[in-house]
Design a protein around this ligand. Structure first.
Ligand SMILES: Nc1nc2c(ncn2[C@@H]2O[C@H](COP(=O)(O)OP(=O)(O)OP(=O)(O)O)[C@@H](O)[C@H]2O)c(=O)[nH]1
Length: 246
């Protein structure tokens, strides 16, 4: 399968377009359709386009600078594959669905992959307000721009679930941003943090599962049930997997 096909979301309604100014072929992402008015929470099971049943659905957005690995993260999570080779930048926005089973509840994540390039910023901002979860990513090879966390505060809903990811953790020799710098930034903004690698698969499943758990918990929590602690869950799972050493 070509990379373009692999990157294209099943939910896409339009064909990929060439990137006019970069000269690169566009990743197979559709030009933006109008943002929906938010997802519904069905009282009985619903069925997704791919024929999978689900109980509850959430919209999660991947945001961050161009090249940090948003599309690769989504493809790794959805298909278990890594898009190696030449970098093809995303045009506009697109989504892919994945249904997870969390405590016997079928949780559908509609994951939106946004373009990191500055010229698409106004398009992606329009989608922020409908998002239930936001995953800002940076790459460990460059200094992270705090602008993404600031933007989320500015454009997304106040109670949106945010998780900060530092990607390309496999590139140990080229690393510029230390783990504790990511942790400090996440602490400053009061959001959970973890390092990931779309290439090796490190923490990719965990990042999405943790966000799905938090969203499901918020929606279906019993009145006397304690609050789900997202960072504690992530830390515990990383300890169990033995994957928190660099
Ligand atoms: N070593 C390494 N390379 C990665 C990783 N994730 C992505 N890449 C590479 O980084 C480049 C950019 O990845 P993309 O997923 O296309 O980046 P993006 O954030 O979607 O970029 P835009 O679409 O422009 O916003 C590609 O060449 C990938 O192969 C990773 O975890 N490790």
């Amino acid at each position: 399968m070509s990379r373009k096909k692999a990157a294209r979301g099943k939910g896409s309604s339009k064909s990929p377009k060439a990137s006019p100014s970069s000269g690169r072929t566009a990743k197979g992402l559709a030009a933006a359709a109008a943002p929906s008015s938010g997802l519904v929470y069905p009282s009985r099971q619903s069925i997704s386009n791919s024929g999978e049943f689900y109980d509850v659905a959430f919209k999660v957005m991947l945001v961050g600078d161009s090249g940090v690995g948003k599309t690769c993260m989504l493809v790794r999570f959805k298909d278990g594959a890594f898009l190696a080779g030449s970098f093809i930048s995303t045009v506009g926005i697109d989504f892919r669905n994945k249904v997870l089973t969390i405590d016997a509840v079928k949780v559908k994540l509609q994951i939106w992959d946004t373009a990191g390039q500055e010229r698409f910023r106004s398009v992606t901002h329009a989608y922020y307000r409908d998002a239930h979860g936001m995953i800002p990513k940076y790459v460990l090879l460059f200094f992270f721009q705090q602008v993404w966390l600031t933007e989320i505060h500015e454009y997304a809903q106040q109670d949106v679930v945010v998780m900060l990811l530092g990607n390309k953790a496999d590139s140990t020799h080229d690393r510029v941003v230390k783990r504790d710098e990511g942790e400090r930034l996440a602490k400053e903004f009061g959001v959970p943090f973890m390092e990931t690698s779309a290439k090796s698969g490190l923490n990719v499943e965990l990042a999405f599962t943790a966000v799905a758990r938090e969203l499901k918990h918020r929606t279906m929590k019993e009145p006397d049930e304690p609050k789900f602690q997202l960072q504690e869950y992530v830390d515990k799972e990383m300890r169990i997997a033995g994957c928190c050493q660099s």
